[in-house]
Design a protein. Structure first.
Length: 289
């Protein structure tokens, strides 16, 4: 399992151009994360994201959305920009479709969960995942993977889910309540079999990140970690090993192996390399089964 502070789906959705962000780094991060959680399986992965219109703040006079004030994007664009093909590499499912797809997890190599900010994961999808938490735990214990992108419950606040239009003054039915992102009252990462604690950190531009030796053993590089904003960070969580730290020394990405028993603790920094070796050994054992 891998959890990330980065909304890589959002940043990977940008086309190359004169942006502050680095879409190539986000695409590299997406590919590396998905490759690791799929563990060599050729089965498609299940991509979890809503089908709402991405919320925006402002339209330009020509009717186009102002990209400087659009804080959400369809994460599937980021997947496609990273080289994944719908129907072949992944199957997309929103909350309604998850009801059936979560009963058919044997058809998938992994569950990849979009970000809520700037992707368009909503509380409805998290609710379905949470309701099937035991089933998901069994899936992971038997070799399936999970990659969960940033779940911060930040966003632009009140918006119309039909049109995507934001309006802080809106009181009409259909507008989300102020003070909530797309997740509503759902707990971020609440469906995972090994709990994590995350905290909102909106607006931190990633630079000077630190990659652990464990993270390097999974295929990550320092170039994948920087160049984009991230909306959260993680507290040390039992059973999870840090992949990287942000410039302030807080955990930015973590990974864990779940085999049906809750791990006891996070390895100390000097044991990252040993932990990476254990995980690689487990991965080789799975492939030999």
């Amino acid at each position: 399992m891998l959890v990330s502070h980065l909304d890589a789906d959002y940043h990977a959705s940008f086309e190359p151009g004169p942006y502050t962000y680095d879409p190539a780094a986000a695409q590299d991060f997406l590919r590396t994360s998905i490759t690791w959680v799929r563990n060599g399986s050729l089965k498609p992965f299940l991509f979890v994201e809503s089908n709402i219109i991405p919320p925006y703040v402002e339209k330009l006079p020509n009717g186009l959305i102002n990209g400087n004030k659009a804080f959400h994007a369809d994460g599937e664009i980021g997947l496609k920009n990273s080289g994944y093909a719908a129907g072949t590499d992944y199957v997309r499912a929103d909350a309604a479709q998850l009801v059936n797809e979560l009963q058919n997890l044997g058809a998938y190599s992994a569950i990849v969960v979009a970000s809520d900010f700037g992707g368009i994961l909503t509380g409805a999808e998290l609710e379905q995942l949470r309701l099937q938490k035991n089933l998901i735990a069994s899936f992971v214990a038997n070799g399936g993977g999970i990659y969960a992108m940033a779940q911060s419950n930040d966003g632009i606040g009140r918006f119309n889910p039909v049109t995507g239009e934001a309006d802080p003054e809106a009181t009409a039915p259909g507008f989300l309540a102020a003070g909530h992102g797309l997740l509503g009252n759902e707990t971020p990462y609440g469906f995972l079999p090994v709990a994590v604690t995350s905290k909102s950190n909106y607006g931190l531009f990633m630079k000077n990140s630190t990659l652990t030796s464990f993270g390097a053993s999974l295929g990550f590089t320092t170039g994948m970690l920087d160049g984009n904003e991230a909306p959260l960070y993680f507290d040390p969580s039992p059973g999870w090993t840090p992949i990287s730290y942000d410039s302030t020394g807080r955990i930015s990405n973590m990974a864990a192996i779940y085999t049906g028993n809750l791990p006891a603790s996070v390895p100390e920094p000097e044991t990252y390399l040993l932990a990476g070796g254990v995980l690689i050994a487990i991965g080789l054992y799975r492939r030999l089964k």
